[in-house]
Design a binder for this molecule. Structure first.
Ligand code: AQP
Length: 354
């Protein structure tokens, strides 16, 4: 059985300061995956329009995410780093996927419900169609693996549904043209043009929570800056935010079972484990029985040790926007070639004349 060639794709929106959740849930995984995989990492600027149309500082935000990718250690020569709007094939495939996806599927998307809020009639059509563009971002390269935080799991399931429906609906066109490959879906061998993408969500902090409320996701759009650690925060800010992080009065448990019902403790232990590249069980083996007055300073030291070099490198890179733009242009050119190959095949499968 032939299989799709493994290819990693992921994206980050230029919608504000990157935080520890973006780093641990996504960027850190991007860096690790590039060792053994072909990778494409994208600043998804067209997605940034879905919640807010006008961004005064769009270009700076795009450069800042790119600087974070590079500062964290992504090799833009070996892999591809670019911003989405440079490759119009994403939007073209998204239109086709809008016609593949069913309204009932889109209506189930919890992120739309969260982001649209109470006044859904006022949300943009783009926000509603966001998951379709996200599926196109990935599938226009026929990528197979997508490192993301836990919050994106539902969107990736939708990308699989879209891929499956396209494969099934155009099956009679894909097979004779020989454009697909044989894959296994469950026990069934299927001839498919698009792969079934695999989300890569593992690790001790798949969903980093707010420092002010352990039941809410750490997010760029949280009005309280104390809720998150930004990648651009200096040592003092990191220390202040961790010292002020909400906790409960009990000492840390010795085993992970004891974190149940203690969301803030669970979150801080998860952050420590992810930053130290270890497990929550190992962190509790070291700190079990200790008070937060002991644990928090250790977490500050670790967070500063990991984030300070990235912070310094991001600042250095941001002083040379011309270099960042050149990286994006080069990545955009290489991404366009790959995306156009897919689009030509998709146009042929659909039967568009070209
Ligand atoms: N709290 C989080 N924990 C783990 N992973 C997270 N990600 C985001 N927040 C967390 C992951 O970061 C990647 C890029 O996210 P994005 O900027 O494209 O979109 P987002 O999920 O909407 O990020 P934010 O920070 O929550 O922004 P706002 O406030 O605008 O909604 C994704 O892989 C995401 O899973």
């Amino acid at each position: 059985m032939t299989e799709f060639k493994p290819l990693v794709f992921s994206g980050v929106q230029p919608t504000g300061n990157l935080h520890l959740g973006n780093y641990l849930g996504a960027i850190r995984k991007f860096v690790a995956l590039q060792e053994n995989n072909d990778c494409i990492y994208c600043v998804v600027d067209m997605h940034a329009l879905t919640a807010q149309l006008v961004h005064e500082d769009m270009a700076t935000q795009i450069r800042s995410i790119t600087a974070a990718f590079l500062a964290a250690g992504i090799d833009a020569k070996k892999h591809i780093v670019f911003n989405q709007s440079q490759v119009p094939q994403h939007a073209e495939l998204a239109w086709i996927f809008n016609c593949v996806a069913r309204i009932g599927w889109m209506n189930r998307m919890t992120q739309f419900k969260d982001k649209a809020g109470k006044d859904r009639e006022q949300a943009s059509l783009g926000l509603y169609a966001y998951p379709s563009l996200m599926a196109a971002d990935i599938l226009v390269y026929r990528a197979t693996h997508v490192p993301v935080g836990d919050d994106q799991k539902q969107h990736l399931e939708l990308a699989r549904d879209i891929a499956m429906k396209f494969n099934m609906d155009f099956h009679d066109k894909i097979v004779p043209t020989g454009l697909g490959v044989d894959i296994k879906v469950g026990e069934e061998p299927v001839h498919a043009y698009f792969p079934m993408v695999e989300p890569l969500i593992d690790g001790p902090a798949p969903r980093v929570m707010s420092l002010k409320d352990g039941t809410k996701k750490m997010s760029k759009s949280d009005p309280s800056d104390l809720s998150r650690i930004n990648l651009m925060d200096d040592q003092d800010a990191i220390s202040k935010k961790i010292r002020k992080a909400k906790t409960d009065p009990d000492a840390l448990p010795s085993e992970t079972e004891g974190l149940k019902g203690r969301p803030e403790a669970d979150n801080l232990v998860g952050i420590f484990a992810a930053l130290a590249d270890t497990s929550k069980a190992d962190v509790l083996a070291e700190f079990g029985g200790q008070q937060f007055s002991v644990f928090k300073p250790a977490l500050v030291d670790l967070a500063v040790e990991v984030l300070a070099p990235i912070n310094a490198e991001m600042r250095r890179l941001m002083e040379d926007p011309g270099h960042i733009d050149a990286v994006l242009r080069d990545g955009g050119e290489r991404a366009r070639v790959r995306a156009e190959k897919t689009m030509n095949e998709v146009r042929d499968i659909i039967g568009f004349v070209r």
